[in-house]
Write a protein that binds this ligand. Sequence first.
Ligand code: PHE
Length: 355
Amino acid sequence: MSDIKKIKDEYLDKLSGDLNIENVNKIKTELFGKNGTISNLFKKLGSMESSERKNFASDLNLAKEELQEKLNNKFQEIENKEINSKLKNEKVDVTLPERDINQGKIHPVSQVIDEISSIFSEIGFSVEEGPDVEKEYYNFTALNTPDNHPARDMHDTFYLDDNKELLLRTHTSPVQVRTMLKGKPPFKIIAPGRTYRSDSDQTHSPMFHQVEGLHIDKDINMGHLKGCLNYFIKSFFEVDKIKMRFRPSHFPFTEPSAEVDIGYELKNGKIVIGEGNKWLEILGCGMVHPNVLKNVNVNPDKYQGYAFGIGIDRLGMLKYGINDLRAFFETDYRWLNHFGFDPLDVPSNYRGLSR
Ligand code: PHE
């Protein structure tokens, strides 16, 4: 019997036994590893007489194929055995109750910010961000706010150091400054975010949200401002008609300045926007003051435009019928469950929490 046949029979025999995965792996290495029996026989081929080589090579290839097939079958057999024994031993108890999934909700403020951003994006505004901890310079000085302005007062503003150089931004207007300093006109941006003032009652919270708007170009005027706000408010409240009034006001960084109220009515305890004779102030706005443009290296003889700052939380309160601003930030899970929004992709096995 040739060596090849002997080896082949020996290993086929071994592989017929009751083996585990380690045994089979070991046999595989013994045969086909770097120094394996079959691998070594292949190495011998090179030094053989050609008459001898032909038969030897064909025997060897056949043996190799046979052994490889046997090995593969053995691996498969072991794997099947394992699966079968698992199926036998690990039973699934289909009568067990399913686990509860606690699906988070989107906070109304996040929802409103998304809605605002998408409405303004549609009319060409891009979204900018700025830091909550702001430099006094960006929050006040660059915005043409004089040293003695009451907004700078300690009673109004949270300062973070004794020199009053760092503070929690009191409005989103510093993002106007940051945006204009890092780019070249035209500018058409909104900047939603958190703002802070030392104030707390049913309609004021020390931390609240604003969205800043800024549109600077060669011939932007107050008509554009009115049109833009009108469009925004109608889209946001999903109504065809709104009542909106501009009241003359004063901000150091705009001239002229206005505050804007929208008309609403309470019908059966529900707020209806665009009707009635109640007014709610929702934003401040105006034409950007030339001094502000100068501070950010924009030539006020060539460029002009408007800015506005809208109270996001108030918009949310109005649209979704929430009557206490403080509840927004009390992190009450039941409140969030009631007023929060479902994310778009709710898993199919979600049963809801408190419906
Ligand atoms: N920053 C102002 C505020 O917080 C709002 C505002 C923004 C007014 C932009 C005019 C222009 O009250």
